[in-house]
Design a protein. Structure first.
Length: 154
């Protein structure tokens, strides 16, 4: 998790877009960025799990971030990109709409999650950066890949 610092230190993020929202994944968490991949569905898997893909001989679980965040499905015919991260020693592919650039942002500009941020985004976010009229939500990979018991609203 980023911390606010008084010096000129920066934090680097790979920017990705999911349903029009920009997210930042810490650079040190990213192992690979891939274009559209052939994904094999896994029967009876949770809806967030798009399936598995083969990355240089390793089986990688693919997580659809749109489904994980309970957003609208990707438009028909559009294929997402994959950002490969590691969680508990295993590789995972986060399927996003697009991958942007690597941004080095001053840690002094980092803010905690505002109360107005959607609850489903707060559960996977470490905080935010306000950038020229855009909001960059910092994605905490461990939280995004935590599929433990989730309390559903009754």
């Amino acid at each position: 998790m980023s911390t606010v610092s008084s010096d000129n230190s920066t934090a680097e993020y790979v920017t990705v877009t999911v349903d029009g929202q920009m997210f930042g994944i810490p650079v040190l968490s990213v192992q690979d960025v891939l274009g559209p991949q052939k994904i094999t569905r896994i029967p009876l898997s949770p809806p967030e799990i798009a399936g598995v893909l083969n990355l240089r001989g390793r089986i990688v679980t693919a997580i659809d971030l749109r489904r994980r965040l309970r957003l609208a499905a990707r438009p028909e015919g559009e294929r997402g990109m994959s950002v490969v991260v590691e969680h508990k020693g295993e590789p995972y592919s986060l399927i996003v709409d697009s991958v942007g650039e690597v941004m080095a942002l001053p840690e002094s500009a980092f803010e905690r999650n505002p109360p107005t941020l959607s609850a489903r985004w707060r559960e996977i976010s470490g905080g935010i950066y306000r950038l020229d009229g855009k909001l960059l939500v910092v994605l905490e990979v461990d939280k995004a890949l935590d599929f433990g018991p989730v309390a559903e609203a009754a």
